[in-house]
Structure formats: C-alpha cells, structure tokens
Write a protein that binds this ligand. Sequence first.
Ligand code: PHE
Length: 343
Amino acid sequence: MSGKSEESLRAEIEVGRVAGEKALASATDLETLKSAKQSHLGEKSAIAKMSQSLGSLDASLKAPIGKVLGEARNHLNELFDRRLAELTLQRDREVIESERVDVTLPLRRNPQGGIHPLTLIDQEIADIFIGLGYRVMEGPELESAWLNFDALNIPADHPARTMQDTFFIEPIESNLVLRTHTSPTQIRTMLTQDPPIYVICPGRTFRSDELDATHTPVFSQVEGLVVDEGISMADLKGTLDYFAKQIFGEDVVARLRPSYFPFTEPSAEVDIFFNGRWIEWGGCGMVNPRVLETCGIDTAKYSGFAFGMGLERTLMVRHQVTDIRAIVEGDLRFTRRFGMGGR
Ligand code: PHE
C-alpha cells in the first residue's frame, strides 16, 4: 500500500465500500447476507487488508486514511445490522405463515356408528323380561316346516297354513322354510326343557310380502312363552299390561280382543290404548293343549300362555313412524333420532 497516493487509496476504499454496500443490500436471505459480510468485512476483505497494513503508510496518511477506512467499516457494519434485522423478520414471518393452522376451517366429521333402533328395542324387551325371571331363547331362521307349522297345530291342509305367506326352500322335499314367526323356537324350548318355562323368543322372521309402507318381507318378532302349574288368562293379561306399560308408558293398558290362532286356545289380539286410541299390538292366547301334548308336556298338570309382537310395529307405534321402510332401509334421517350416524 505504501507508495500509493492518498487519492488512489481513497478510491480503493470507495470501491470496497460500494462493492460491500451492493452485496449486503442485494442479499435476499440470511445465508447470502452472512457470506456477503464475510467477503466485504471479513479478514480477507479489501477493507480489512488495508486496515492491517495501515502501519506501513506514510505518517501523514495514517490519520486521514485510517479515518476513511473506519468510516467505511462502520457504514458497512451498520448496513449489515439493518439488513440482518430485516431478513430475520422476513424469515420469521415465512416460518409463521408456513406453519399456520386455520382453526376456523370446518372439520370433516366422521359419522359415529350406533346401535340400530331395532336392536335397541330388542335389548330393551330382553331387559324387561329378564327382570321378570324369563330367559331369552334363540332359534334358527331356516326352520323345519314341522316346527314352524305342524307342531304348532297347523297341518299341511289347514287353511291357517296360508295365513302366513311362506318362503319355501327348494327342493320342497327338504321341508325347510324361512320361519314365518318365532313360535318354532317355543316348540324347541318345550321339546328340550321341562316346565316351569318362562322364555322370550326374539328374532328375524320372513313372509313373502311386498315391501310397502306397512309390510316388509323380513321383519322381527318377540314372542313370550310361559308353561307352569296353574297358569291362567289372568296371568297373561297381567304380563301384557306390565309389558305395555314398560314399553309405552305407565298410563297404557292392554286389551284382549277375541281372535284365532291354531296354537292358542282361546286366542286374542292384544290392543293398547295409546295417544287416545286403541292400536293393535300383537297376538296372544293360552297355549293349545294339543301343542303342549306334541311337546310331551302333561296337560293335566301344566298350562301355559303365549304372546307375540312385531318389533318394527312396536317401534312404529311408540315413535309415530308411519312408514316401516324408515326402519328397515337404514335411512339416516330416521336412525339419527336413535343416535345412529352422527350429525
Ligand atoms: N305367532 C303369531 C304370529 O306370528 C303371533 C302369536 C304368538 C300369537 C303367540 C299368539 C301367541 O302371527
């Protein structure tokens, strides 16, 4: 550096200052800002080198050149600090933006599953009768025609056989049907257990009806069967009154209306007085002694009663459902009321 004129030294410093200014100002991220500082203010930068060899200058130049160098260094340092603050702020903003979560966005709610209303009422009925000391019996949906009909006093040529439109299973000689009621489960119970018998038989049943507002080829029943000593129609009526109150409310009573079923004698329809009118709920009667005898039960000692209700019908009456398809087709607008399918 020695031997150079003051002007050329000043010009050299100016070049270093301008280059540094440009590099610092044009840095667009913290990384390039740091390397710009390294090249224009670091140990190997032109300005640092000139500062290091200041001692070799003519005595008259040391003070003015030293001052100009100091100013250039300070200027570049200030510029670096300002740019550092700006770029740090910018980096922070970018991080915050990229990590932003919009808490107001609507959630994708996954609908919650639930228990179907038919299953709920099935469980409710089981609870009622278990509370009375009954047991729950289940039987197969594919049933022998003998258990579904003959044992229940419905012989092949009996007109009652056509009361229930039956799905027969091929080949016809198999003598299998889709059970038209859950009564064959009562036969199964009486064939395998000795009295006293207190059971309910819930389950799916089948009849070859077209699906419309009041019919469905697949539906559900619950039947009750009691066989014990001294069982009378009064026990049946008391049991049905209690059952009706549990399902429909304390002020509801049952009414028996004379009817006919081959497997009960006498037989009756069960009506309930609900929402200001009598509504048919199911069938009932004293178990026909012929049915008890078929099952090997001593009719001199034992008598019994039986009743049967449709579960869909029970739900429809209780919840004012006018179309049975709402229950069997799984329409969420219906099942939601029973806690299924989320919102
Ligand atoms: N099994 C009859 C039906 O499905 C209902 C019933 C059961 C009637 C028990 C009387 C006694 O139609």
